[in-house]
Ligand binder design. Structure first.
Ligand SMILES: C[S@@+](CC[C@H](N)C(=O)[O-])C[C@H]1O[C@@H](n2cnc3c(N)ncnc32)[C@H](O)[C@@H]1O
Length: 255
């Protein structure tokens, strides 16, 4: 452990800790005040590609900044390496910020990182972030709920397609739920997903939208129906990061 001069000139042992900071959907203005404060005070920052990286300009000059997007990929490899890194730096007495896009607990592996830290006896603080699940649609003018259109929404990953045996999502129930569907990480499987929803009885004319780079200056939105949204998005060249909205609200216009 590192020793630091304490109050009254005495040395005190400094305990390390990890702060999971949800950085918001991309626009640096949507990083919370608490998140920015954590960045300002961190000894180590482990940052994801989708975090609002311009905020790192506020880090202390001596802070160690680690681009975890550069960690070699492989089944579970990158995630394990990140967890080891957080634990290692915290055990050395550092205040470590894990800086990621959106909210750490929405498809952000924040729960896994917390478990890894807890197993090593490291205290963890959670600073919630603005999730792209709601922020990207909102920035594109799509209200996920509306008293006349939708009484709720479901957020689901499209990373594993409906027909895949690894899928634990009940797509049939979603098709019949009457709720707005928000699909994250679904661009590669969008055509398969929309076909499955139609197959399970969702009206092919249901409005649908894809919001790419939501809240950023590069944001692009494509609107259509369940039938044509995958082709429209592909034609427009929309890719990750993108959020898909399916339901009446995707056709919302305020006037
Ligand atoms: C690994 S998940 C992380 C989600 C993040 N924890 C959150 O709460 O927003 C990555 C997915 O989030 C969505 N996403 C992230 N940033 C986005 C943005 N700015 N606009 C649209 N979708 C975004 C995309 O579906 C992307 O594939």
């Amino acid at each position: 452990m590192r020793l630091e001069p304490g109050a009254g000139g005495q040395d005190r042992q400094r305990a390390g800790r990890v702060i999971l900071v949800g950085g918001g959907p991309g626009d640096p203005g949507l990083l919370t005040v608490a998140g920015l404060d954590a960045i300002r005070n961190a000894d180590v920052i482990a940052a994801d590609r989708l975090a609002p990286l311009s905020a790192l300009a506020h880090a202390r000059p001596e802070a160690e900044i680690i681009d975890v997007g550069k960690i070699p990929r492989g089944p579970g490899v990158a995630q394990r390496t990140i967890e080891e890194l957080l634990v290692d730096r915290a055990l050395k007495g550092n205040t470590v910020v894990r800086f990621k896009g959106g909210d750490s607990f929405i498809f952000g592996r924040g729960g896994e990182e917390w478990q890894a830290c807890a197993a090593a006896g490291i205290p963890v603080t959670i600073i919630p972030g603005v999730t792209s699940a709601s922020a990207a649609p909102a920035a594109a003018g799509i209200p996920l709920t509306h008293r006349q259109l939708s009484q709720g929404f479901t957020v689901v990953t499209g990373h594993v397609p409906p027909s895949d045996r690894r899928s634990t999502v009940n797509w049939e129930a979603l098709a019949q739920s009457g709720l707005t569907l928000v699909i994250m990480m679904g661009m590669a499987n969008l055509a398969v997903i929309t076909d499955a929803l139609i197959g399970y009885g969702l009206d092919p004319a249901t409005p649908a939208a894809v919001v790419a780079d939501g809240t950023m200056s590069s944001m692009r939105t494509e609107r259509g129906t369940l039938t044509d949204i995958a082709a429209r998005a592909a034609e427009a060249g929309l890719g990750a990061p993108a959020t898909v909205v399916i339901g009446s609200v995707a056709g919302f216009t305020p006037a």
